[in-house]
Design a protein around this ligand. Structure first.
Ligand code: TXE
Length: 493
């Protein structure tokens, strides 16, 4: 058990540093408000230093060269193994810092280590092509690392979202300046220590801690950044994309979702109900792919609500480190207020409250940002709850009559990240999957994802894909080379 509050430093150019003005930020446990760490609050000066260190490592060392690919792969596998050796510490730290149940953090740490191994495998498999062209030319296409990348990650998966970005960038041969969320920087700072221990060279991975409006904005606007990778809220994503546009920078965005889960009457309800509850309530609903809009065929509508509500009302709420807890607090008081304002709005708009809807009572919840897992029924497309991402433990239920109506409701959103379909009919499942405009679709399950597969959204859910072979693409440039095989003159002038 980590019970000692630690003071952290940022990692820039292989050095552990404080902010130049010595400003710090207190990091607290969202379950009880306890102080768990103090981190520097970066100024623009440290952002500039971190970018300079990354630029130097990219421009003046062989880190990104093809000669070094095997070394990069080996370093990444060493990092994966170090992470596994320290898995218990990392899981506990993420639970303390962001509130999620320990079983979820343990899964995140295991996924993070596997993600490093997966991309280590790709580090030595960057391949171009030769292309048959006219004019007696030998033409080829080669792939090269994109350069210095700015990576900005949110607080809902502090370690995993960081590794999803660090791993493909390292494999491609890029150098990195990462800014974790100001709310959850601890596990990424601990990971930086491991990068140092395994011998990833100074300047390749740089971590700055600070707020979005200062450190994040300075980073994405920095002229020496070649690419920005961002995961976070849609409004912030727009700002990041604006900065990318001003600098003509390559950008990938992983933003929000208002993800539909379509439940047909022929679904196996014994098996489906738990997946549906998990879709909406995992990680306190603070998941970009959370299945928060449950669309149910009318003949089983009440039965599905009843079954899911029964599961949800029995979720054990508490500190994520406590035995059996499956729901912790939301990340902050601000997030708690935001979620509660959505609950109040749903009540005011006359959505039917099935369960939850309040802050839980009891001494153990008094100092944390807990919210009762909440379900509303009879939520219509014009209701706020149907349209806006809540990012909290709140699910809405809506009924439909026909398959066409189900597809229409599923696509009635500005987002397109994920969706679920529950049916025992394989043909129906395929028909519906084909028509839903989303980047990830689960059939008869929800949430499992794999390092081998692309992750990202349609519509306002983002641009580009992380993970899989698609994930490394985001960190590679493409170069056309034409070699003249003709010995003669050009003969143009
Ligand atoms: O996220 P922000 P917030 C959604 C969710 C949530 C809402 C707001 O709906 O309620 O976003 O959360 C950095 N330039 N998601 O405000 O601000 C910031 O420091 C550069 C969905 O906490 O998007 C942090 O590191 N960077 C999401 C990161 O952006 C800036 C996960 C994300 O924070 C910046 C989290 C700026 N101007 C929230 N301003 C998902 N897709 O999973 C902030 N940041």
């Amino acid at each position: 058990m980590l019970n000692q509050m630690k003071t952290y430093q940022m990692y820039i150019g292989g050095q552990w540093v404080l902010a130049s003005d010595n400003q710090t930020r207190k990091i607290t446990d969202p379950a009880n408000g306890n102080l768990i760490g103090v981190v520097p609050e970066a100024t623009v000066m440290e952002v500039n230093e971190a970018v300079a260190a990354a630029r130097n490592a990219f421009d003046n060392t062989n880190w990104g060269s093809a000669d070094n690919a095997l070394n990069r792969a080996q370093l990444m596998m060493a990092l994966a193994n170090k992470l596994r050796e320290n898995a218990a510490k990392f899981a506990e730290l993420d639970t303390l810092n962001c509130g999620k149940p320990l079983v979820e953090s343990e899964g995140d740490v295991a996924d993070s280590a596997n993600c490093l191994d997966f991309f280590a495998g790709l580090a030595t498999k960057t391949m171009g092509e030769t292309v048959a062209v006219p004019m007696n030319m030998q033409s080829m296409v080669v792939r090269e690392p994109i350069g210095v990348v700015a990576q900005i990650v949110p607080w809902n998966y502090p370690l995993l979202m960081g590794v999803w970005k660090i791993a493909p960038a390292l494999a491609a041969g890029c150098t990195i300046v990462m800014k974790p969320s100001e709310l959850t920087p601890l596990s990424i700072l601990e990971l930086a220590k491991l990068t140092e221990e395994v011998g990833i060279p100074a300047g390749v991975v740089n971590i700055i801690t600070g707020i979005g409006e200062v450190a994040g904005a300075a980073l994405v606007n920095h002229p020496d950044i070649d690419k920005i990778a961002f995961t976070g809220g849609t409004d912030t994503g727009m700002k990041v994309m604006t900065a990318a546009a001003k600098g003509i920078k390559n950008v990938t965005l992983e933003l929000g979702g208002k993800n539909p889960v379509v439940v047909f009457a022929d679904a196996n309800l014994d098996k489906s109900a738990e997946w549906i509850a998990f879709a909406g309530m995992a990680n306190q609903g603070q998941v970009c792919s959370a299945g928060s809009r449950i669309l149910v065929e009318k003949s089983v509508y009440n039965e599905v609500i009843e079954r899911v509500a029964k599961i949800v009302t029995h979720i054990k709420l508490g500190h994520g480190l406590d035995e059996g807890v499956r729901m912790g607090p939301v990340i902050s008081k601000e997030q708690q207020d935001k979620v509660m304002s959505y609950i109040e709005k749903a009540k005011a708009e006359k959505c039917r409250l099935i369960c939850g809807g309040s802050l839980p009572k009891g001494e153990q919840f008094a100092k944390g940002n807990f919210i009762e897992p909440t379900i509303f029924a009879d939520v219509e497309p014009h209701h706020t709850l149907f349209k806006e991402e809540v990012f909290g433990p709140v699910m809405s239920f809506t009924s439909f009559d026909t398959e066409d109506e189900a597809v229409k409701l599923a696509n009635d959103t500005e987002y397109g990240l994920a969706a679920g379909v529950f049916t025992e009919s394989v043909t129906k499942a395929h028909r519906v999957v084909k028509q839903i405009r989303a980047g990830i679709i689960w059939v008869n399950n929800y949430h499992p994802t794999f390092n081998e597969l692309p992750w990202g959204g349609y519509k306002k859910s983002g641009i580009g894909r992380e993970l899989g072979k698609y994930g490394i693409e985001a960190y590679l440039e493409t170069k056309q080379i034409n070699i003249n095989l003709d010995e003669g003159q050009l003969g143009w002038y």
